[in-house]
Every structure is written in structure tokens, then in C-alpha cells.
Design a protein around this ligand. Structure first.
Ligand code: HMG
Ligand code: MG
Length: 312
């Protein structure tokens, strides 16, 4: 589990972190060429075999909006989720929930926006209208015994609107918790956040009565800040961190979004700090190298690049 270069804990950090793997969903949704469903299934099997216990698999969204994930039901039919593993899927509306329930999912995720422009671009609705779309989805999912994650995108900055007020984010977060979500992931969709902004947002969420044990962080790594932001989040008590194997990712409706924080880069930091994740870094590197071959381009992850060619 270590990096091979020693472990040096820092006080005040959690002993264990759940790495919430988004490579199969966030990582692949933006790929232009259609990836065979069997390749996606093999990717997910390898993620599970590497030790992941929270793997977001796909989205039950409109296939006109995200053609790459139109095979969601076929994909899930190829998988056999082990007990005790979270395998959530994105669901925006009733139609998506019906499809997800038919596929036997045990956890869904609704995905709102902190800003009006991105809500329109990603969901074809205002923020308030999208929250109203989610309410019956979360209600019905929870009634059926499912867990319901929530996301808020553009929590720190928005390419059309600029800086985002943490109090506004906290207000939308409150609305999502009031409708029954079980966890909220704070999305830095375009990767512009810096550590002080993370502290400010967590403080605003605290003022709304939202505790850190209900939160996850979701940093895209556009400006190379994702690891610094993660460390600050851990210092504030966050224990669920979203990341994408090999640093895959982006958002089809926010062109300035690049890949997520690479899971391997995250593991290098966490394991070096002596924080347990249960995920095998070497196995994950092998998976990301394999996936990069499928996609026909190298992984942007620094740790994958270093470890894949490490022979001295
Ligand atoms: P709309 O066009 O307003 O919806 O889109 P509509 O109800 O008018 O439906 C349009 C067509 O889609 C209809 O088909 C519906 O039946 C169909 P037609 O009658 O024209 O043949 N449809 C569906 N089909 C299957 N499953 C469904 C579904 N819903 C409608 N669930 C809608 C509204 C919400 C559907 C659309 O905007 C949409 O699908 N958006 C999803 C966009 C998306 O997936 N973005 C990426 C994920 S978010 C993200 O990456 C950020 C995140 O990572 C966090 C971060 O980084 O910040 C989570
Ligand atoms: Mg994302």
C-alpha cells in the first residue's frame, strides 16, 4: 500500500479515505469514439479487482445528450456487483430512474449545478427547475431503499459566470439534503479552485448545518490544483474523494473541463501519508495503461506515467 518511498503521516488527517472512482462514468462520457460495452465492463471489473469499493459505472441520461453512455443497461447486465460495493449511476429524471431501477441499481446520483448557465447547458433547465426535477427522483429512489448521492457542479468557478459565491452553493446543497440525498459531492467541474476556496465553501456548508461526513470532493485537475485542494479537504475532515483512473474525464457541456484528479496521483499522496484506501496502486496503474491502449492515447496521470515506465 505504500509508495515504495516511505510513509510519513501528518497529524489531523483521516486514517482511511474512500476513493470514489468515476473513471467509467466521468472518465468516458466525453469520449467521441464509441467504446465497446465489453471494454467498459472489463474496465470496471479491473477497477473492482484493484480494490475499489465505490465505482460509478455509467449514466441513465438522454442518449441524445450523451451518446457514449447510451449502453448503460447493457453495461450493467454484464456486471455482477459484489456485496458491499457502491456502484452508483447518474440519473437526472424519472425516465432515468425507471431505467436504473429496471437495471437493478442500488444507488443513484442526481447532478445539479451551482450556476444558472451550466444548469441550462447541462440539464436544459434553471437551477430551481432542475432541483424540482430531482425531487421526485430522490423521493422515489429513497422509498425503494436506494442510496441517492447528489452532485453540485461549478461550486468554485464557472466559465460563463466567473467566481461562484459559496453561500449560493451552500443554499443549493441545503435544498438537496432537504429532499433526501445521502451524500453530496462538491464539483470543481473546470478545475479552477484553490485551497482557500475549499476552506471557504466547507465553512459555508457548515453554516447550513451540513457536516463534512456527508460530503465528498470532486476536483477536475485543469490547473493542477486537485491534490492541494484534496489535502485541504482532508484536513477539514472529508473522507470521500472522487477520482478517475488514469485521470480520464471531462464534461461534454463544459468544454474547459479536463480530466478528473487521477486516482493514481491521489493514491500516491494518500498512501505516502499512511492513509488507508484499500486500493492497490500497481494494479490500478496496469488498468490505466490497458485503458489508455483502448483509447489510443497515454494517460495524463503523472503517477501512471512514472510507474508504467519505472524500471530503475
Ligand atoms: P431535455 O431535452 O430537456 O429532456 O433534456 P426531454 O425530457 O425533452 O427529453 C429529450 C429526449 O431525451 C426525449 O427523447 C426523451 O425521451 C429522452 P425523444 O422523445 O426526443 O426521442 N430522455 C431520456 N432517454 C433516456 N434516459 C433518460 C432520458 N431523459 C430524457 N433519462 C435531460 C433534459 C436532463 C434529459 C438532458 O439534459 C440530459 O440528459 N442531460 C445529461 C447531461 C450529462 O449527462 N452531463 C454530464 C454529467 S454531469 C457532469 O459530468 C458533472 C459531474 O461530473 C460533477 C462535476 O464535475 O462538476 C457530475
Ligand atoms: Mg466531473
Amino acid at each position: 500500500m505504500s509508495t515504495g518511498y516511505g510513509v510519513a503521516p501528518v497529524s489531523g488527517l483521516p486514517r482511511r479515505v474512500t476513493v470514489y472512482e468515476v473513471g467509467a462514468r466521468d472518465g468516458l462520457q466525453n469520449e467521441k469514439a464509441l467504446i465497446p460495452t465489453e471494454v467498459k465492463a472489463e474496465f470496471i471489473r479491473q477497477l473492482l479487482a484493484a480494490g475499489h469499493r465505490a465505482v460509478e459505472t455509467t449514466s441513465f441520461v438522454s442518449p441524445q445528450w450523451v451518446p457514449q453512455l447510451a449502453d448503460a443497461a447493457e453495461l450493467l447486465a454484464l456486471l455482477d456487483p459484489p456485496d458491499g460495493v457502491r456502484m452508483p449511476v447518474l440519473v437526472p429524471n424519472d425516465k432515468g430512474l425507471n431505467r436504473a431501477l429496471d437495471a437493478g441499481v442500488r444507488e443513484i446520483a442526481v447532478f445539479g449545478s451551482a450556476t444558472e448557465t451550466f444548469a441550462q447547458k447541462n440539464l436544459n433547465r434553471s437551477v430551481a427547475e432542475s432541483l424540482e426535477m430531482f425531487r421526485p427522483v430522490v423521493d422515489r429512489a429513497r422509498g425503494a431503499g436506494l442510496m441517492a448521492r447528489g452532485y453540485l457542479s461549478m461550486c468554485f468557478g464557472d466559465p460563463w459566470e466567473g467566481p461562484v459565491d459559496p453561500h449560493v452553493v451552500a443554499g443549493h446543497a441545503r435544498s438537496l439534503f432537504d429532499m433526501g440525498i445521502t451524500e453530496l459531492s462538491l464539483g470543481d467541474t473546470i478545475g479552477v479552485a484553490t485551497p482557500g476556496q475549499v476552506t471557504a465553501l466547507l465553512a459555508s456548508l457548515g453554516e447550513q448545518g451540513i457536516a463534512v461526513d456527508q460530503l465528498a470532493v470532486h476536483f477536475h485537475d485543469t490547473y493542477g490544483q486537485a491534490l492541494a485542494n484534496t489535502l485541504v479537504a482532508l484536513q477539514h475532515g472529508i473522507t470521500v474523494v472522487d477520482a478517475s483512473a488514469g485521470g480520464l474525464g471531462g464534461c461534454p457541456y463544459a468544454k474547459s473541463a479536463t480530466g478528473n484528479l487521477a486516482t493514481e496521483d491521489l493514491l500516491w499522496q494518500l498512501h505516502g501519508l499512511g492513509i488507508e484506501t484499500g486500493v492497490d496502486l500497481d494494479a490500478l496503474v496496469a488498468t490505466s495503461v490497458w485503458m489508455a491502449e483502448q483509447l489510443g492515447r497515454p494517460s495524463p496521470s503523472r503517477a501512471v506515467t512514472a510507474l508504467a515506465k519505472k524500471d530503475d
